[in-house]
Ligand binder design. Structure first.
Ligand SMILES: Nc1ncnc2c1ncn2[C@@H]1O[C@H](COP(=O)(O)OP(=O)(O)OP(=O)(O)O)[C@@H](O)[C@H]1O
Length: 772
């Protein structure tokens, strides 16, 4: 490209930055003013809240005033945080105002229009767009169109135009470092440079280099169920985060960040992705791991975590696997629903509501209430009516109890202050006479005392979900491949675990579904979008429960069936069919991503070679060293290799991760290397990723990436068969720039001779402390 052209573009960059500078100064002033005002109102508010009240009337007045002030504080704080976010975005624009330019010419126009595209839009005082937001309808041309006739969606329908030029920029600290004209979606030069960088603590946004097929995921607004099956490193996680940013922009009047929920694979991952949305000027969505979600809904039980399950999975017998498959199937959840719908009042496992160690409402009384409602009514409806009837009866009991001696005694002993407290917002002249006032106070006292009973009714504690589930387990008809003797053992195990307040993960979704379905509870109707990353780790039963729990959401599920840990691989089309059958949704869509961006060409080529369908994966062409496979005769030598590799790799990279199959291996490696290197062992509860040498089991590294990866003990003893292919593949594909595999003894049969022949792996053997 002509030097002249770059100079002209640089002049434009300079002009835009000058305007951004001015806007930043103005916004900073506005922010400071807002901040001072918020502080003033806050101070006023806290002075008022510390006032002592003696007179009831004073108190009422002050409370109304306080409410007004509280409203004001929250409006001001909101305003302040909007300004703060705008400032942060403008400061990003100041360094790099845009990354793309498109020249378009509508039919009949004599001149082309130049549009510049960046992470956010920026207008000058005259209202002209100097930068267009990457999510604006017109910007889709930048990601989708090749030169020539193109079209894009607008609120008024599809619009056609002519794309005359597409230019990419890399602008760093206000200076154009690179610029290219391209006919491709986004040219490879930009991508090369983005991918060649070293791993950061946080994932970066990819808006400057979004690829065509990723753009389809990001801008899909019509699918109710969008399933993305993408190979390792194909940008699934990146795509969902940009998709969330897109949706927030697209539906900004109707969608809030906290109406979007993302189920993420582990806590480290949650931290790792937490900066992407703020870097695009948006607030983060809600994030939760499946374990956290279940724990929260099964309070009081010690729920087996997904990670604990991985740890014990290799001890499962074939028939235990079959039993689990049954419990995790859609058919099992359907059987639960049929069972619940067909329940006769005598089959419901009601339990007594107890107060002060005596029965307040007996289970028989509750059952009689339930049975009094017409049988034509559904079980959840009858349950709901029962609940209301119990609350009504409680209210009657409260009124009766106000006459009890203990209440009168308590009223007589009340201090003046406490008495006024109980009167709350009532004024003395609100009562017709003294009896009336005394009754009011008595009712308050009894109601307070009986709150536990109210809570028990409100929280549906008058049914025993564990007994109900056990009853279901006894009745359900078993598929042919489930052995009745094993099933009996499962049932006993379930009851024993419950005795100790423990529950296995397989039982959680069906049990929660049963409990919430009968009780007509547990549904969140405000959530509008639900995302699941690493969907291959979820059972259909779990997804079905999530569907029940979030009935009003549109779904985006992302996964890679090849990365299934400790289980067989499924084909994407099969997965979509299974989900369609289970969910009965309209407008479902499957998008496959076959190009892998994370790793260098040699690493992806090796990763492909161990998969039966690996040829379908397309490696992005980025240079790097060949993976190394070191065969060591024993653990001592293998540890020695880890130490040497770590020392070597640390000279080039910020992070080296030693990835193991499970926690026991991670601890072993960590204990052996910790005295000689600055290693950190990562555990389930960790939320942040330090730099340096990390040792962790693969399930904690799901969704993450590291500059250099050392795969621990890829021997035939450790990875004997196909059931561990997904585990090994996931480990290998965490590496961005460098990969070392260390095998103690014979190499796993998962890495075949053919795979070694077809991929560029350097093989080494260590013998008596020497490498040959
Ligand atoms: N269009 C793109 N431009 C720049 N970088 C990209 C792009 N797409 C993906 N990447 C980079 O590739 C790496 C892998 O992306 P990401 O983690 O989103 O993939 P994934 O499919 O979720 O991976 P996995 O399933 O293996 O966890 C990240 O470093 C991401 O920034």
């Amino acid at each position: 490209m002509e030097i002249n052209e770059q100079q002209k573009e640089q002049q434009r960059v300079d002009r835009v930055i000058t305007k951004i500078d001015a806007k930043i100064t103005a916004t900073e002033n506005e922010y400071n003013r807002a901040h001072t005002e918020t502080k003033k109102v806050q101070q006023n508010y806290s002075d008022n809240t510390s006032v002592n009240y003696f007179e009831v009337d004073d108190r009422i007045e002050t409370s109304a005033e306080l409410q007004q002030q509280r409203g004001l504080v929250s409006r001001l704080t909101e305003n302040e945080s909007i300004l703060k976010r705008q400032l942060a975005t403008m400061k990003d624009l100041q360094k790099s105002p845009y990354f793309g330019r498109i020249d378009i010419q509508d039919e009949g126009d004599s001149q082309a229009e130049k549009l510049y595209i960046g992470i956010a839009s920026f207008e000058d005082d005259a209202g002209d767009f100097l930068v267009y937001d990457w999510r604006a309808p017109i910007s889709s041309i930048y990601y989708n169109g090749t030169l020539g006739e193109v079209s894009y969606d607008t609120p008024m329908g599809r619009q056609a135009t002519n794309l005359i030029k597409k230019r990419q920029f890399q602008i760093v600290n206000g200076k154009i470092r690179n610029m290219f004209d391209t006919n491709e979606t986004v040219g490879d030069e930009m991508l090369q440079s983005a991918l060649g960088e070293q791993n950061d603590d946080y994932m970066q946004n990819i808006v400057a280099t979004i690829q065509h097929e990723q753009n389809d995921i990001i801008r899909d607004t019509t699918s109710n169920l969008l399933v993305v099956q993408g190979v390792a490193g194909s940008g699934k996680t990146s795509a969902i985060l940009q998709r969330i940013a897109f949706l927030l922009y697209h539906s900004r009047d109707t969608l809030e960040a906290d109406q979007i929920i993302l189920f993420s694979p582990n806590k480290l991952f949650s931290h790792y992705i937490s900066e992407v949305l703020p870097s695009l000027g948006e607030r983060n969505m809600r994030q939760v791991t499946l374990d956290e979600f279940i724990d929260n809904r099964l309070k009081g039980l010690n729920v087996q975590s997904l990670f604990e399950r991985y740890e014990s999975d290799n001890e499962l017998t074939e028939s235990q696997r079959k039993t689990r498959q049954f419990k995790e199937s859609a058919a099992f959840m359907d059987a639960i629903q049929d069972y619940c719908d067909g329940l006769h009042p005598s089959q419901l496992k009601f339990s007594d509501i107890v107060f002060n160690e005596s029965v307040f409402f007996s289970k028989h009384e509750i059952q009689r209430i339930f049975a009094s409602f017409p049988t034509a009514m559904s079980v959840p409806d009858r349950f709901f009516k029962t609940k209301n009837a119990l609350i009504k009866r409680l209210k009657q009991r409260i009124v009766k109890e106000t006459r009890a001696d203990w209440v009168n005694e308590q009223i007589d002993q009340l201090s003046n202050e406490k008495y006024h407290d109980l009167l709350g917002t009532k004024r003395l002249h609100d009562f017709q006479n003294e009896d009336d006032e005394r009754f009011f106070i008595a009712k308050k006292i009894v109601t307070d005392r009986l709150t536990v009973v109210y809570d028990a009714i409100f929280n549906n504690n008058f049914i025993d979900p564990y007994l109900q589930y056990t009853d279901f387990l006894h009745q359900v008809s078993l598929p042919e491949d489930v052995n009745p003797v094993d099933w009996q053992r499962e049932m006993t195990a379930f009851s024993q675990e419950i005795e100790f307040h423990r529950i296995h993960l397989d039982d959680c979704a069906p049990l929660l579904y049963m409990r919430d379905y009968i009780c007509a509870s547990g549904q969140n109707n405000t959530m509008k979008y639900l995302f699941v990353d690493e969907m291959q780790d979820y059972s259909v039963a779990q997804l079905k429960y999530l569907k029940y729990a979030f009935p009003k959401t549109k779904w985006t599920l992302l996964g890679d069936s090849e990365q299934a840990l400790f289980k067989e691989v499924e084909q994407p089309a099969e997965i979509l069919k299974k989900l369609n059958d289970a969910f009965h949704v309209r407008h479902s869509r499957l998008i496959s991503l076959m190009r892998s961006y994370r790793s260098t060409y040699p690493i992806t080529t090796f990763a492909k070679s161990i998969l039966p369908n690996g040829d379908d994966i397309e490696a992005f062409n980025r240079d790097g060293e060949n993976p190394e496979l070191v065969v060591s005769p024993n653990t001592d030598e293998a540890i020695d290799t880890v130490l040497k590799t770590v020392a070597d790799q640390r000279e080039q990279f910020g992070t080296v991760a030693v990835l193991t199959k499970n926690m026991a291996e991670a601890k072993l490696v960590y204990d052996r290397i910790r005295s000689q290197t600055d290693a950190t062992l990562l555990r389930d509860a960790d939320r942040t990723l330090p730099k340096g040498v990390l040792v962790l089991p693969i399930y904690l590294a799901k969704g993450l990436e590291f500059d250099s990866v050392i795969a621990w003990d890829t021997s035939s003893t450790n990875y004997p068969d196909d059931s561990l292919l997904g585990t090994l593949y996931t480990i290998i594909t965490r590496a961005m720039h460098h990969l070392t595999l260390i095998s103690i003894g014979d190499v796993t049969p998962l890495i075949t001779d053919e795979s070694l022949l077809n991929s560029p792996v350097k093989i080494k053997r260590t013998l008596k402390n020497k490498r040959v």
